[in-house]
Design a binder for this molecule. Structure first.
Ligand code: ZN
Length: 275
């Protein structure tokens, strides 16, 4: 069998899980190769040189040897450790939710430059923000755009009337907002004026600008509800096995209990089952 060439790539570590006595499987996300699963050998031993460079939610340059099913990490150099993501539970929660979404919606060995840029840019802003939830909302809206599920916010998705800010509904199954007439006829959930305006603002604004907008609790809750419905709609096929909500809740739980022994054990058992 011909020897396969080693790979060098930049990547963000989405997550990792223990395997065997001393190794971990790292899920990497590369701009040129999409999702990559690679074994980091010996990283659970005390003196491992590799261990500090394969932390989840860090960005690095990786050398990989191609194995039969999994790659093997031969060397790694951290480019961004994003320590402020790891020091703050709210930032960590949102970062893990974004990483989980990328993990669950991308394929092995498929170039994903725009999504990589989106994730990296969002993690950069997240690392410096005091409004982590806003960063994830902005990321979610851009993610929907990139996946081909950009919510319509200019025209009614039912009758094509141009939308004003008041009295609209939100109908993700139809692809976005509906006008007051269609909403009164029973289409969609209530889309309040502040949320409608905020969605349009987020669409045309940078992540930094979005993260500086202060929103009240009701607006926050409604916005999250609509974005979650859109995401479930968009990822229905891709995430049918678990559902985005469940995935998000799991990421949040992981964020709160970052190195939970139970989770590690559970994932190790899953790995043992497939190895
Ligand atoms: Zn309409």
């Amino acid at each position: 069998m011909p020897r396969r060439h080693p790979i060098r790539t930049e990547a963000i570590v989405l997550r990792q899980r223990p395997i065997g006595d001393a190794d971990r499987i790292c899920v990497l996300f590369s701009p040129t190769r999409g999702r990559i699963e690679a074994v980091a050998r010996g990283v659970r031993k005390p003196l491992s040189k590799l261990a500090g460079h394969v932390e989840p939610l860090s960005r690095g340059q990786f050398g990989l040897a191609q194995g039969r099913s999994l790659h093997v990490i031969t060397d790694a150099q951290t480019l961004d450790a994003w320590p402020s993501l790891h020091d703050d539970v709210d930032r960590m929660t949102e970062a893990l939710a974004m990483a989980e979404l990328v993990d669950r919606s991308t394929d092995l060995d498929v170039a994903s430059g725009p999504l990589y840029a989106l994730l990296k840019g969002s993690l950069d802003v997240l690392a410096a923000t005091s409004a982590p939830r806003a960063v994830r909302r902005w990321f979610t809206l851009r993610f929907l755009d990139q996946q081909g599920y950009r919510p319509e916010l200019d025209e009614c998705v039912r009758c094509r009337a141009v939308l004003g800010p008041d009295g609209n509904g939100y109908a993700p199954a139809d692809g976005g907002a509906v006008c007051p007439s269609c909403h009164q006829a029973g289409v969609g959930q209530r889309l309040s004026s502040p949320v409608f305006r905020l969605l349009r603002y987020m669409r045309r604004s940078s992540c930094e600008a979005t993260s500086q907008v202060r929103v009240d609790a009701n607006t926050s809750a409604e916005l999250d509800r609509h974005l979650r419905l859109s995401m479930e709609q968009a990822l229905d096929g891709q995430l049918r096995s678990g559902g985005f909500q469940e995935s998000l809740e799991r990421a949040e739980a992981i964020g709160r209990h970052a190195a939970s022994a139970a989770t590690e054990r559970e994932r190790e058992e899953q790995d043992r089952a497939v190895v």
